[in-house]
Design a protein. Structure first.
Length: 174
């Protein structure tokens, strides 16, 4: 019986040493600890869409490493995600579009009408990113809303990502 109890502990220790040697264990577990109290808010508001998506922690770590670290002199992990949740509640893009009768129903809308609806709602010009569906038609992919360096105030985007949309955009169902 002791062998069965010790074996998993030895395995976990070896795994922890192996992961530490890769520089992964401390960072990941530190990251999880920093956002633990936000998980119940993050899961419904910023979940991974990858399947299976029962745990979005790795996705959030990726988001922090790719986007959050550029402001880490002002925002730590917790502040970054808390501010993102606060901004999301202030900028309900779907509500902005719905108020202009722009719905995720597979219909086609003009790029101008989408931008105008969001601008009227949040007071700042967004960047709209499109991709193409299986038929080669432009469809709404992402809406970029920019914030200042503190991560708390919306601003007009100073630089727009590359990419283009046609003048007519499909708003796919989801």
């Amino acid at each position: 019986m002791k062998i069965l109890t010790i074996a998993p502990l030895v395995f976990l220790c070896l795994l922890a040493v192996a992961l530490s040697a890769q520089g992964y264990a401390y960072d990941f577990f530190y990251f999880v600890q920093q956002i633990q109290d936000l998980v119940s808010s993050l899961q419904p508001n910023w979940a991974s869409l990858a399947c299976p998506s029962s745990d979005s922690t790795s996705f959030w770590q990726h988001e922090w490493e790719k986007h959050g670290t550029c402001s880490e002199t002002v925002l730590d992990e917790h502040s970054y995600f808390q501010d993102a949740l606060n901004l999301k509640s202030m900028t309900t893009v779907l509500s902005c579009l719905k108020s202009a009768n722009i719905l995720p129903n597979g219909a086609s809308y003009t790029l101008t009408s989408i931008k105008n609806a969001i601008t009227a709602c949040i007071g700042h010009v967004p960047w709209i990113e499109c991709n193409k569906d299986a038929s080669g038609r432009y469809q709404l992919y992402q809406v970029y809303i920019c914030v200042d360096h503190s991560g708390t105030t919306l601003i007009d985007c100073p630089v727009f990502p590359t990419g283009a949309c046609g003048s007519s955009i499909i708003f796919p169902t989801f």
